[in-house]
Ligand binder design. Structure first.
Ligand code: CDP
Length: 213
């Protein structure tokens, strides 16, 4: 008998909606591999900054991405993109990267490049993958689709508590209005507003729904 298809739990939502916290808990509880696709876009944005190109120029970003020596690497139970064998774990969380990442992410070639790599993550096993277009574009056929949300005030407060200075509204606006694979709620996603809920409660709800069929 051939191996069953890997299971994919797809989680989308705006900034600071609890995607990473919940995805990590769910992946750990179920023994699945965790994939943070936002980190992949952040890694490209960091690389663009390092290279000194104009990050708001789509043609320059496309040219850079075409020749990008980045590879998917499994570290523990998560998957990251490494550039020349280096994963810029700290650097990708900087205010500078946060300020430009949504520009890089709206370039159509970049989205196709990412789609190919993100889909290929099933080679690592069952996945919890979080991002902006996982339910709509990367794994639209998975039955396990979730859209996390929280009020704008709660999300901004979470980001402030992380010590990162950023105006989330501008990035969310760019992510939701871009042409290529914008952030949106797909028809068959379960929307979970977790403003007044702990990550334990939210992730337990998601696990129960996944296991319930
Ligand atoms: O951590 P936070 O929720 O603020 O953002 P992130 O998940 O690290 O994603 C950073 C940025 O990458 C987003 O604002 C999007 O511009 C882009 N992104 C995307 O376009 N598609 C994805 N699947 C994931 C992230």
């Amino acid at each position: 008998m051939s191996d069953p298809e890997p299971i994919v739990i797809a989680i989308d939502g705006p900034s600071a909606s609890g995607k990473s916290t919940n995805s990590k808990i769910i992946a750990a509880r179920l023994g699945y591999v965790y994939v943070d696709t936002g980190a992949m876009y952040r890694t490209l944005a960091w690389h663009a900054q390092q290279s000194g190109i104009e990050v708001t120029n789509a043609e320059s970003v496309e040219a850079l991405c075409r020749d990008w020596p980045a590879e998917l690497v499994r570290r523990g139970d998560s998957i990251w993109l490494e550039v020349d064998g280096y994963f810029p774990e700290q650097e990708i969380r900087s205010a500078e990267v946060s300020a430009v990442v949504s520009h890089v992410a709206q370039v159509p070639f970049v989205r196709e490049w990412m789609k190919e790599r993100q889909r290929s993550c099933v080679q690592f096993g069952n996945l919890v993958m979080e991002g902006r277009d996982i339910t709509s574009n990367i794994f639209p056929d998975t039955p396990h689709k979730f859209y996390l949300d929280a009020s704008a005030e709660v999300r901004q407060a979470r980001r402030d508590a992380d010590g990162v200075e950023e105006n989330l509204a501008a990035r969310d606006q760019r992510d939701s209005t871009r042409r290529a694979a914008p952030l949106k709620v797909v028809e068959d996603a379960t929307v979970i507003n977790n403003s007044g809920e702990s990550p334990e409660e939210t992730s337990a709800r998601i696990i129960a729904m996944v296991q319930g069929g």
